[in-house]
Design a protein around this ligand. Structure first.
Ligand SMILES: Cc1cc2nc3c(=O)[nH]c(=O)nc-3n(C[C@H](O)[C@H](O)[C@H](O)COP(=O)(O)OP(=O)(O)OC[C@H]3O[C@@H](n4cnc5c(N)ncnc54)[C@H](O)[C@@H]3O)c2cc1C
Length: 373
């Protein structure tokens, strides 16, 4: 099978690697660089504990977490997956109004019932784990600890998988922008690149993230997206101590290598109107730094070093869309929020479906067909 994978973010790199490993003749088409899209501007928490809106979505994300653990065996020495644990004293669904805010531990009970490693820590235990955290930042809120959670470095991950697809399994990497699909009746036969090159294939797998629809000419083949903006601020190296990732009402923050911290907040994301002006003086970046210093007072004199803004690729109903698009043969789309969590699993699942002919039931509720009559 000849496959074209458009996009080499955390999702496309995973898909290309697994397709090539399964025996497909893979060409990866990437207009920037592996991991250079939204995958380079993300909190990258690999988790299922924020995915409680449906059991199927929880299971899908749990499979994502397991796949990230499993793939490490194929990459000895890989250091892209950090699992020091995550501390949370804010519930994303309660924040969004989707859960009864009067019972902050209802989430924990649900997670424990579904087999997710999670526990409540006392303030003393929190201080032993993270001595630089300000107790006032926590107040009386119950702190949930996910001892096995952590984050991925998506760009090294994408680079390693693209490299392995090429070196181990004969994939080709082509720098360029897919401009349109080549259609023959109701089938897709390949793509045309912006520089005029035409590539043919038995299947085109669209992993272009937030740009998914930009080279899909016919509206009836486009998956409706509801993208949102996110801003991430980075500190310079500092001596402040923080080992876990934090999910808190003020700020979400975690180590980002070399003593740097990565900061973000859903609340501040919602104030963004444009992806322009990603500089340290950006008001949301300044506010993130202020909130980080309230959380870890040792950061009081630290300034924002860098800022990035990205657009999340989110299907209209917020759930993943993975599979064929009705009325267009030989075309397969893979677009999702939480692509970092799901990337490794989606690679396996897409290869199973396209090369091994095995439909994956984890994806049954997440087909693009739900958007089309
Ligand atoms: C602030 C923020 C926080 C987040 N936090 C988390 C989190 O904690 N956990 C989590 O799991 N997810 C999180 N996400 C979401 C996650 O980062 C994304 O779902 C994921 O990175 C998407 O990966 P992708 O490979 O689909 O897209 P991308 O990384 O954008 O990759 C798409 C690639 O396609 C290429 N491309 C696009 N169009 C073309 C074309 N026409 N021709 C050739 N190449 C093309 C691009 O250059 C790009 O490299 C967060 C996102 C943001 C913005």
């Amino acid at each position: 099978m000849k496959a074209i994978v458009v996009g080499a973010g955390v999702v496309g790199a995973s898909v290309a690697y697994r397709l090539a490993q399964a025996g497909a003749d893979v060409t990866i088409v990437e207009e920037r660089r592996p991991g250079g899209g939204t995958s380079s501007v993300t909190y990258a928490w690999v988790n299922a504990c924020e995915k409680l809106t449906s059991h199927a979505y929880f299971r899908l994300n749990f499979a994502g977490r397991q796949a990230h653990e499993a793939i490490l065996a194929e990459f000895p020495g890989a250091d892209w997956y950090h699992r020091p644990g995550v501390l949370q004293w804010q519930d994303a669904e309660a924040e969004a109004g989707g859960r009864d805010g009067t019972d902050p531990l209802s989430k924990l009970r649900q997670l424990v019932e579904w087999g997710y490693p999670a526990e409540v820590l006392s303030l003393d235990d929190v201080r032993k784990l993270e001595p630089d955290l300000a107790p006032e930042a926590i107040g009386n809120a119950p702190v949930i600890h996910y001892p096995q959670d952590g984050w991925l470095d998506p760009v090294p991950y994408a680079g390693a998988l693209v490299g392995a697809a090429i070196e181990r399994h004969g994939a080709q990497f082509m720098e360029g922008r897919a401009e349109r699909l080549v259609l023959a009746g109701d089938r897709c036969e390949g793509i045309v690149l912006a520089d005029g090159r035409a590539l043919t294939a038995d299947v085109v797998v669209n992993c272009a993230g937030r740009w998914l629809n930009e080279f899909i000419e016919r509206p009836e083949h486009r998956i409706p997206l509801a993208p949102t903006l996110g801003i991430v601020a980075y500190t310079p190296p500092s001596g402040a101590r923080l080992h876990s990732a934090l999910r808190t009402p003020l700020v979400n923050m975690r180590p980002d290598g070399g003593g740097r911290f990565l900061l973000r907040s859903n609340e501040l994301d919602r104030l963004l109107e444009t992806d322009e002006g990603a500089v340290p003086a950006h008001p949301q970046a300044q506010e993130l730094m202020r909130r980080a210093a309230k959380t870890i007072p040792a950061l009081a004199k630290v300034q924002v070093e860098a800022v990035r803004i990205a657009t999340r690729p989110i299907p209209k109903d917020s759930y993943s869309a993975v599979g064929p698009v009705p009325g267009l043969g030989n075309y397969y789309a893979v677009v999702t929020h939480s692509g970092v969590t799901l990337g490794a699993f989606l690679g396996e699942a897409v290869a199973d479906e396209l090369v091994n002919g095995r439909s994956r039931e984890e994806l049954a509720e997440f087909r693009p067909s739900r958007f089309f009559n």
